[in-house]
Design a binder for this molecule. Structure first.
Ligand code: ZN
Length: 137
């Protein structure tokens, strides 16, 4: 995929966020904020045993933060704790590394690549994932 398509995917998630809204039926809600950018979101998870039956988010943030949160909810819904944690670990590693250490991440997340080259935006990308990680604890 080209950089242009990645940007289109990001903007689509920003304009039409998936799983954004009330978190009333969540078992756990965790918050993450990034004052430097003004990002402030909450991630809620409803568990069914070990499975992440429903994952949603709410709050405000920049386009990259909200697009990443939207993509995160799609990527981890229906997986189990272990797989969700693995995605958090792999994404953090990929964002921090210069090489293309993709690990076992789903290809849908590749659109986040456009934010990877800007160190100041890394925190925006990772915010929702860190809140998810807190919810998994
Ligand atoms: Zn941001």
């Amino acid at each position: 995929m080209s950089e242009g398509i990645y940007k289109d995917v990001l903007m689509d998630h920003y304009r039409n966020p998936r799983n954004r809204g009330e978190l009333d039926d969540a078992d756990v809600v965790c918050r993450g904020s990034n004052p430097r950018c003004g990002d402030d979101i909450e991630v809620g998870v409803r568990f069914d045993g070990d499975c992440l039956a429903k994952v949603g988010f709410r709050g405000r943030g920049c386009a990259i933060c909200l697009a990443s949160a939207s993509m995160m909810t799609e990527a981890v819904t229906g997986t189990d704790r272990e797989r969700a944690q693995e995605m958090c670990d792999d994404l953090r590693h990929w964002m921090a590394s210069a090489d293309d250490a993709w690990g076992r991440l789903p290809d849908t997340l590749r659109a986040l690549a456009s934010a990877r080259s800007h160190p100041a935006r890394r925190r925006c990308v990772l915010l929702a994932w860190e809140a998810l990680e807190d919810a998994l604890q």
